[in-house]
Design a protein around this ligand. Sequence first.
Ligand code: SF4
Length: 346
Amino acid sequence: MSSEIEHFFGAKAAKALHSRPKAEYIDRSDLEAFADCPHQGQLRKQHEGEFETHEPLPEIGKLIHAVAETAIKTCNMDLQEAADYITEELPKTRPDLQPETLRAGRTLANRLRWSKVTHVLLCEEQITRSIMPATNKKGELLVTTAPDLVLATSSPDKLQVIDCKTGWKERSNQEARDEVQTCVICWCLKAKYEHIRYIDFRYWNTRKNTTGYAYIDLEQIVGGTKDDPLMQEMAFEQRIFEAARLYMEGCDEAWPTEAKCSLCPVLSWCKYADEVCKELDGDPKAYVDNTLVLSEVLKRREKAISDATKNGRTLFGSGGFYNDTPKKKSPRRVSFKEQKDEETKQ
Ligand code: SF4
């Protein structure tokens, strides 16, 4: 390329092109790590490549994704044929495939078979959108992502996005809406297809055969003031820009919670992790044994308290109390036949 430029425009132009700062791409997963917990993003950067290789599930996920991508592209984006292709080809890919992988592949194939949408716009294709324009010192900053499937619908201003997940995390509808990757994919799609307004977003949790669903209206007002309303697309943009800022400036803050830390890929290297998750990760066997002992102790304590309060005594703690007040029973439903029998007896 630079030799062609040199040929047509001269050495000076080629040199200027060479010395121009290169564009920088932030991957969706890096951005997501910083948005979830900046310390996770930092640790992922430091241990790049180390944590992914030990995880069996990402391997399974990659394999299913690869077969699905080949299937859809080989079958000229025809989802019905692609479903048959996955069913036939997945068992042949590796002799050690676990039943769980085959089950996940079969689920994916069935879902594709039942899908009413047939026109595939994108399959695992990289889409990007600029976060920051290039300056003299820095190249352009772009966010990049590759959604599994983007489908056209009968409405010209609406798209359907399908992202298959083979991991342990099972996304609910609320989580599907709140995910950083949902906002990155929607935001990037808006740049590629300017006319769209609605996105029907589905996470297919292939391990459990469930769906996390979010219906996104990019022009919906989600905040701001009456004079300066905040649209959904703008809210996505602000979230992405903030995560990108943390990524660029190298923030090392940690925001541990049980839900985040228990599924965090860098948990074993993190000094700020939630204490319960740290213990669980350090020695899971001891953790389970301790839990069993504790639950047995709790049962015995409750029995002792129940005996001690049988004579009407109330035991007070600083935040609550125990006494022997019988719990109210909800009235039993009487069937029509039982009622008739009762009446006959009387
Ligand atoms: S373990 Fe928790 S605190 Fe540590 S990086 Fe992961 S999410 Fe953040």
